[in-house]
Design a protein around this ligand. Sequence first.
Ligand code: FE
Length: 249
Amino acid sequence: MTRIASHRGGTLEFGDSTPTGFRSTARLPLEEVEFDLHPSIDGAIMVHHDPTLDGTTDKSGEICKLTEAEIRAARINYSVGEHPVSLAELCELYADSAVDFRCEFKPDCNGVPYSDFVPKAIKVLKHHNMLKRTGFSSFLLATLDELARHTDSTRLWLVSPAVQTQLGLKAVIEVAQAHGIPEIGLNIDRADTQVMAQVEQAGIEFGCWAAHDAAQITKALQLKVKVFTTDRPSLAIALRTSFAREAGQ
Ligand code: FE
C-alpha cells in the first residue's frame, strides 16, 4: 500500500505547520507526518516550513535570529489563532499515535545548513523515544551525509525538478548511490512509470512529493510509489480508500 505523508501537518486543510494540523494528522488513518525544523537563537528546535516567519505568520524575521518566545508569539496564517510548536511538543503529540515522523532538515535563508543542528534534533527525537519512528529527508546532500554520520535511520533525498533536469536521472541515481542514499523523492509532476522503474532498478526506493490535488494523488496511487507527501491528507485518504476498493473488485 502506498504510504501517505501529511505535509506540514496538512497545510491546505489546517494551515501551515499548525498544532491543529499535527493533532488531527496524529489521528488520521495514514502513515507519516511530514515537518520541517529550524533552530531559534536561544537553542530551541522549532517546527516551521520557511526559514522566516514572513510568509506564513503575522510576524517577520529569520527564525534562527529570533528567540523561542518571539517565534511562539507569531500567529500562523489560516490557523485558528495558533502558534508554532517545538520539536519536543510534536514528539509529545505523537507519543501514542500510529503515525510516524518524516523529519525534513531545511537550510537557513541563504540555503546553508545550520551548523551542528542535525545532532541536536536527533538528541531530542531520541529523548522522546521517537528516533526509531523517524525517517529523515532533505534537498541538501551535505545534510544527508551529516545524517548518515549520526543515525542509521532512513534518509530520503528530495530531488527538485531543477536538479532532475540539470543532472538528468542517470546522474541523480549515481549521486544517490555515491552517497549511500536508499530512497529518493521526486516532484509528482516529474514522475512517471519509466522514471520510477529506472530508480527502482538501481535498488533505490521511490517516492513523490507535492501531490496536492486529486489528479496528482491519483497519479501517485496508480504509480504505486512507496510514499507521497500531500497538503490534503483527508483527500488522499479518501482517494486511497476508493482506489483500494476498485482494485479489490
Ligand atoms: Fe518539508
